[in-house]
Write a protein of this length. Sequence first.
Length: 271
Amino acid sequence: MLTLVPTPIGNIGDISLRAIEVLSGADTLLCEDTRVTKKLIHILKERYNTSFNPEQNFISLHSHNEKEFIEKLQPSFFEQNVLYVSDAGMPGISDPGQALVKYCQDNGVVYDILPGANALLTAFVASGFVETKMLFWGFLPHKGKDREASLQGALGSGFTTILYESPHRLEKLLNELSHEDTSRKIFLAKELTKKYQKYYFGTADEIKHKVDANLRGEWVVVIEAANAQNSSAISQNDILELDLPKKVQAKLISKITGENTKACYERLLKL
């Protein structure tokens, strides 16, 4: 069978007893990075005095070779205890894993998913936003119109929305959030469960003044829910670029966002 095994996102103490049990008995481990998985197993052996199958086979399976690997798979491969292990967190959440599950469904292979550490749910609960409906957006496109459209979609989803962001694009994201909606509250979690874990809460401009110069590390961004935007070919920024009176701009923006026209007009006066 196949078992997807979540691994700690920072603190090794978050590994579950079930995860240790299946890791120790695995015949083959499909790994996002074999070096990371081998290091994890070494730590588990040392810290928890656990015996592992000495004949374990480690195979690299990541986003760049996942499609090719699965195309060559045969169901007979799973006539052994096969695990998939991502570097940190839950497989299938911005990591490979879902395609393996689909393969098992299509080919009658037994599979199981272990619960465990997950950055997006941890950050969602830590954010304090009381809107319990949430939307996981994953990573934004890196640049261009695709990134702009994706960010506007996240802001206008109508749900508390969670993003992952790399450290070298975090400052850019804060500037984009400030430009799109100066009043929107956001929550940032840095290095969840690790020694230097930090939380930041406020508007994008407020947070820019709180974060230190060292942006290295893993970041999760939680965006406060707002009224869902109606599907539209134009954005608020498109309207603001038009040579129109503020009152007219406010009426148009309210049509695509659902925002109260008067409140929108008062907000535009402050821009």
